[in-house]
Design a protein around this ligand. Structure first.
Ligand code: CO
Length: 464
């Protein structure tokens, strides 16, 4: 008894990134996390997810923070624990594809600022869209984690998932992550999937899920029983709901089952005591809404992510068409099938939802097609997981042929050109990358920064 489970399960803390993003739309300023970073470093986590996803955008757009400096500041306080980020492959942090040299530069600069682990994914699981980022990560001696977006469909079976992990292994990734962005993976699915992956490749396997539907913690435990090497958790005051399962709870359960986590319980308590009043503050200011904290099982009924469901409802309300919701919910899986079963992750979830609503409200399927869906049909997002309905391609594209190759190869290099255009406004190559990722908001951020600097300088002179 007690000897069979001495295996270590790695825990990644998400409070700085995914919990922050899922519960308060990534509005936590650096000043709210600064004083707990040393404790986070002492807790014994495998890694701290602290960057990427929406943090970059939010820093520039809402928080008036330089995202690169935030990363450097975290690095200067977190000396032992690995820092981790989420990278959308060829899309970097946005929704469109960037040329390879920009992707490489972005990875290189992130490593320079202190990033250790790059979790790299593509919304369609088209791994041609992550290979450049993976390659550069390896070149910079950082850890490349190849990610698979989890979804269910007739073609997303164990056999296909096994093929995908084989592909990732051949690409040279250091570990695998299964990303269940909607929290719809059940415990048995997790068990079977992780078991299959462990039988297929020798790499460490991580599971990323959310508590949205309430399945999260149960699914995590079954995943560990199947051999999963690491889990994403959020400190309890920032856990549950659309965030991750609670760090302390999973740590407690795993230790009781005989696993080791390396986590120090008293440091975890200290971290949670720090974040508790922070949570109260966000609730009081209205930044944390009751809705995101609850358990939402509709996603299981409709097999679509909770976020997508609330978007659909908002869209129909705006068009005074809430009475058509049931029809739209029936149309959604049909559109997804026509499009070759894309995983319902950003940006595909929005594209499928908007199209399903348009098909119902206009009274004719694909009478109106968004420019995003057109680009998707042209192959600009990559290869669909399944076959796209040939009739639909014909109807929308006419004689135009979809591209077969990697869309990024059609893009011209842009770094040097943008750098020259920005001139003095960009103070570093990092600034140039911020601008390429988010042109308007980065420009505004640079201009505000100039103004702040000038004000400070004149203030100093006056004082003298
Ligand atoms: Co997530």
């Amino acid at each position: 008894m007690g000897t069979k489970n001495t295996r270590k399960v790695n825990i990644t803390e998400t409070v700085l990134r995914d919990a922050n993003q899922s519960l308060i739309a990534t509005r936590m300023p650096f000043s709210d996390m600064e004083d707990i970073l040393t404790a986070l470093d002492e807790a014994g986590y495998h890694s701290l997810e602290c960057w990427g996803g929406a943090t970059f955008d939010s820093c520039l757009r809402y928080l008036n923070e330089d995202p690169w400096q935030r990363l450097e500041k975290i690095r200067s306080r977190v000396k032992k624990t690995k820092l981790q980020m989420l990278l959308r492959g060829q899309n970097i942090l946005g929704y469109k594809h960037y040329p390879d040299e920009v992707v490489r530069k972005f990875v290189a600069k992130s490593v320079e600022c202190g990033m250790d682990i790059f979790r790299i994914f593509d919304a369609l699981n088209d791994f041609r869209n992550i290979e450049v980022a993976v390659d550069e990560t390896k070149k910079r001696k950082a850890h490349a984690q190849g990610c698979i977006c989890y979804t269910t469909s007739p073609i997303h079976n164990l056999e296909n998932y096994a093929k995908m992990v084989k592909q990732l292994e051949e690409m040279g990734v250091d570990s695998i992550c299964i990303k269940d962005m909607a929290g719809i993976m059940g415990p048995q699915e997790a068990y079977d999937l992780i078991k299959t992956i462990k039988e297929t490749v020798k790499l460490p396997v991580y599971l990323h899920t959310h508590s949205t539907t309430g399945l999260g913690p149960i699914t995590q435990i079954k995943a560990v029983e199947a051999g999963c090497d690491g889990l994403d958790c959020a400190i309890s005051s920032f856990s549950g709901g659309t965030s991750q399962p609670s760090t302390e709870t999973i740590d407690y359960a795993l230790k009781q089952m005989g696993y080791t986590t390396g986590l120090n319980d008293s440091v975890l308590k200290k971290i949670n005591d720090f974040f508790k009043p922070m949570k109260a503050k966000y609730i009081a200011s209205g930044q944390m809404d009751a809705f995101v904290m609850g358990t939402e099982t509709d996603a299981l009924v409709y097999q679509i992510p909770g976020g997508m469901l609330s978007n659909l409802i908002a869209q129909l309300k705006a068009q005074n068409a809430m009475d058509r919701l049931d029809e739209v919910l029936e149309e959604t899986p049909r559109v997804r099938k026509d499009l070759g079963y894309p995983p319902l992750v950003t940006p595909m979830s929005q594209m499928v939802g908007v199209q399903a609503a348009a098909n119902v409200l206009s009274g004719e399927r694909y009478k109106n097609v968004s420019k995003e869906v057109k680009a998707y049909l042209r192959g600009e997002y990559g290869k669909a997981p399944g076959e796209i309905d040939p009739e639909l391609i014909k109807k929308v594209l006419g004689d135009e042929k979809p591209i077969e190759g990697r869309f990024a190869e059609t893009l011209e290099p842009q770094f040097d050109k943008v750098k020259a255009e920005l001139g003095k406004l960009a103070r570093s190559d990092n600034d140039v990358l911020s601008y390429i990722a988010f042109p308007q908001i980065a420009e505004k951020f640079f201009k505000d920064r100039e103004e702040r600097t000038t004000t400070t300088v004149s203030y100093t002179i006056v004082k003298k």
